[in-house]
Design a protein around this ligand. Sequence first.
Ligand SMILES: O=C(O)CCC(=O)C(=O)O
Ligand SMILES: [Fe+2]
Length: 222
Amino acid sequence: MLTLPASDDVLASGFTDDGYLPLPGLLSATLLARLRAELQRLAALAVRRDFAMACMNNSPRHLTVVGGEAIAQHSTLIPALYREPALLAFLSRVTGLDITTVREPVERHVLNVLHRPGDTHGAHTDDYPLALVLFLRAPAYHRDGGLLEYTPRASTLDALNTCSARRAHHRSGDAHLLRSDTTAHRVTPLRRTGLQRVVLNMAYTTPGRQNAVTDSATLLYG
Ligand SMILES: O=C(O)CCC(=O)C(=O)O
Ligand SMILES: [Fe+2]
């Protein structure tokens, strides 16, 4: 279901320096279709969020979400994918860390849906060290927004407003891996009507780090 790249390619990719690894075409057509069907089913549980995240420099949240607890209760596909042994082994190889699943359910696996003009997931870092972000839908063109903007090893979120920030465009079926606790990141606003950017974000951690460090996930997904 997942087209995991060969270890050698990945180790040469510089993930530990860049904090970002593009994984184009990670999802097979079959898995993409199954995840989209799951999204349709879970849509009834989605909630709209429009607020400024106080603990993240008041950065904006304008998106619709399905939180981890709802997914754990109503999906078997996503929790099974999240725990896939080959995926965990791959993540450990890429990062050189002993990667394990996140115990608390709220931000373990979440769906983020940007679907209105101006929708954005503003600047933040995540509580856990690793985010694997799978694209169920994405704007086809760079100019339509929904880009991942990120700055590796940022000491503040303001680093995103400097020339050190990088931008990445992804397509449906792609994924990216982010060192999400130390990489400041955000998703740029959708630029027009009729666009959708839908991701499944799966968070991973190391055995000694099982506690969320901020209340940001509870505010967004709780
Ligand atoms: O949508 C993305 O590319 C990043 C998602 C993200 O940062 C998050 O869910 O915490
Ligand atoms: Fe994030």
